[in-house]
Ligand binder design. Structure first.
Ligand code: GDP
Ligand code: MN
Length: 345
């Protein structure tokens, strides 16, 4: 088979830390979750998976973020899921609220157009705020000031495979910056001007573009050319950011953070529906050495409706190689583009 997920996988090469290697310190890392009080059941379910497959062996702290205070019930029921410490952090208003330079009338008009294009959450202001926070604010939160690595975890996602090595140490020891599991196309109507705006920024700051970048993956127009047309030069293929294991030093770099500032002033988080997934992906694809991106093929994962499901004895609960239960959605998978234009590991 040509599906790499159907090739039996063990652990990646270069593993230096296994369960029991207690003489090696843990990485400076946290499990990170932006979540609402109303999603308590969903986050508890996901915590159960993450603790069973990974964190009961490594005990990394959890950090929960919310735009309103967490309830006592939320705190009690999540802390009860783990031996590791949990922190509950409020997002400062100036990180969450729609910036003053955004024109409310224009947001109203734009949201009508997005809705006509069937863009989900077009009129849900908080969704736009969430995308902006995940794009350019999470790594600025004071609670993460001295933290380098994060693993983003969303409520109601599932984890299927036992992970017996320290994924953060793996990243550090192998000089990786960003790890993903799923690569998919975006709705091009939600990001019509993201690529042109990116090109304006790059024209002003050519020095930020890495010599060993992944621009071919970002600009592919062979496979689903309409996406590239509607998105004005961007393939829309991106790392699905509801899972990510990343180095916040990258996001805090001048290249990425100034890029975010530029996008933020351009207004597309509100006038369009720019997602943090394409924004992270374009930033990584342009400003990072592409060899520092890692596919966690051994991490079994579901965020409805897409899986990353390896063929491995360490996994149970998902079907090896399956991308989605809804056949017609297989065309949304663009991981082959990443393999073709960047690399397959
Ligand atoms: P989707 O996956 O794009 O459909 O978006 P989700 O509804 O899953 O939201 C993405 C993440 O942001 C999830 O972890 C949500 O819990 C979180 N989230 C979304 N909106 C809000 C919000 O208004 N407040 C908080 N605290 N979290 C939010
Ligand atoms: Mn989600």
């Amino acid at each position: 088979s040509t599906n790499p997920l159907l090739q039996e996988v063990g652990e990646p090469e270069g593993i230096l830390t296994h369960v029991g290697d207690t003489d090696r310190p843990r990485a400076n890392a946290t499990l990170l979750s932006l979540v609402r009080n109303s999603e308590l059941r969903g986050i508890v379910r996901t915590m159960r998976d993450v603790e069973r497959t990974f964190n009961s062996k490594f005990n990394y702290p959890w950090t929960f973020f919310n735009d309103v205070p967490f309830t006592e019930e939320f705190k009690q029921k999540t802390q009860a899921m783990t031996k590791a410490p949990c922190r509950y952090e409020l997002i400062p208003k100036e990180h969450w609220e729609t910036p003053a330079w955004i024109n409310k009338d224009l947001v109203g008009v734009s949201s009508e157009i997005l809705e006509e294009d069937d863009i989900m959450y077009a009129k849900q202001q908080s969704y736009h705020q969430m995308c902006r926070w995940n794009s350019g604010m999470f790594y600025k939160h004071p609670a993460l000031k001295d933290v380098r690595w994060y693993w983003r975890i969303e409520p109601n996602t599932r984890y299927y495979c036992s992970i017996d090595y320290d994924v953060f140490r793996y990243m550090e020891d192998n000089d990786k910056t960003y790890g993903y599991v799923i690569n998919i196309y975006d709705a091009p109507q939600s990001i019509r001007t993201l690529w042109p705006t990116t090109m304006e920024f790059v024209a002003q700051h050519p020095e930020y573009v890495h010599a060993n970048n992944a621009i071919q993956w970002l600009t592919d127009n062979d496979v689903r050319p309409n996406h590239n047309v509607i998105a004005n030069g961007y393939s829309t293929c991106h790392f699905w950011s509801n899972f990510e294991i990343g180095d916040m030093d990258f996001f805090r770099s001048d290249a990425y953070d100034k890029y975010f500032e530029y996008l933020d002033h351009a207004g597309g988080f509100f006038y369009e529906r720019w997602g943090d997934a394409p924004v992270h992906s374009i930033g990584l694809g342009l400003f990072l050495d592409k060899s520092k991106i890692h596919w966690f093929k051994d991490i079994g994962y579901l965020h409805m409706p897409y899986y990353n499901c390896p063929a491995s004895k360490k996994c149970s609960g998902c079907r090896a190689g399956r991308f989605t239960d809804a056949g017609y959605l297989n065309r949304e998978n663009c991981i082959d583009n990443f393999f073709k234009y960047v690399h397959a590991d």
